[in-house]
Design a protein around this ligand. Structure first.
Ligand code: CIR
Length: 279
């Protein structure tokens, strides 16, 4: 298992451009389609925020055949020991992982292909330095979890399955890591047993969508439009940057799912250990 900070200190990220087909992306409640041009503009802003947090960002071309492929985090899990290809649970997203694997192979990491007949989405995997929590959800089942657990335990990670309450698409739709000891979670998740050993900051009522933040190096990206959450985090001493995700949110997408954050191989000095450059 790697050093403290591995779950939020990164050097690099990969994102995928939204295609025009994003207007046909999956949604929980049909409130109409997202606007493609606005989606693109928000995506550009998002890339800028990742860069300002210190990441070198690679932007992949859109995949028109996969309307939801902009939500790239669901197809792979990047760890200092290797990259695990996942198997997103929505039928229309089958195929995203194998296309992405071709790109990820170029990073130099060992790539673990998905050999499960179960399903697992990256949006259900919460990395905290001392634990990996995997939400069983509409998209992630027990078989997918057991398969991933065997790989991650082989690398020395404590892994735990947790329940994703009904009505929440992915576990991380409602929580995120803020540092080695702290998570941000909605009321419906904050009292869960899996968070008992952590300090939990609870998202103010009415701002549930703001739980999908991302801590990257010294910044915390927070969805724009949730002032009470931004204020709470700033009061706690985090460097907050707000990013608009009005169009991704039409498709139940948020900040975490639009990038794969990772440590460049040069920063992993030996198996699983990050060099001081990332700390
Ligand atoms: C989907 O339903 O798969 C996409 N419309 C949204 C995926 C968002 N991913 C995530 O929260 N990890």
């Amino acid at each position: 298992m790697p050093d403290e900070g591995f779950s939020y200190r990164f050097s690099s990220a990969i994102v995928r451009q939204p295609g025009r087909s994003v207007v046909r992306g999956l949604r929980a409640v049909d409130r109409g389609a997202p606007d493609f041009e606005r989606f693109q503009a928000e995506h550009r802003e998002y890339v800028g925020a990742l860069e300002r947090a210190g990441l070198k960002v690679r932007v992949l071309d859109a995949l028109e055949a996969f309307p939801d492929s902009v939500f790239i985090e669901d197809a792979a899990l990047c760890l200092p020991e290797g990259i695990v290809m996942l198997r997103p649970g929505a039928p229309s997203r089958t195929g995203e992982a194998s296309l992405l694997a071709e790109t990820l192979a170029g990073l130099g990491y060992e790539i673990i292909p998905c050999e499960s007949d179960g399903f697992i989405d990256g949006g259900d995997i919460l990395l905290i330095d001392s634990a990996i929590l995997v939400g069983l959800s509409e998209r992630t089942d027990l078989r997918g979890f057991e398969w991933l657990k065997a790989i991650l335990q082989g690398w020395g990670y404590p892994v735990q399955a947790v329940h994703t309450p009904e009505g929440i698409l992915h576990f991380k739709s409602d929580c995120c890591v803020l540092d080695s000891q702290t998570v941000l979670a909605t009321h419906r998740l904050s009292r869960m047993e899996c968070f008992a050993s952590f300090r939990v900051l609870t998202v103010p009522l009415g701002e549930e969508a703001a739980a999908n933040c991302i801590r990257i190096n010294d910044n915390v990206l927070v969805p724009a439009g949730y002032p009470a959450t931004a204020e709470l985090l700033a009061r706690e001493g985090y460097a907050v940057e707000t990013v608009a995700v009005t169009q991704p949110s039409v498709l139940v997408g948020g900040l975490s799912c639009m990038s794969l954050r990772y440590h460049s191989l040069a920063m992993v000095s030996h198996k699983g250990t990050l060099s001081s450059a990332t700390r």
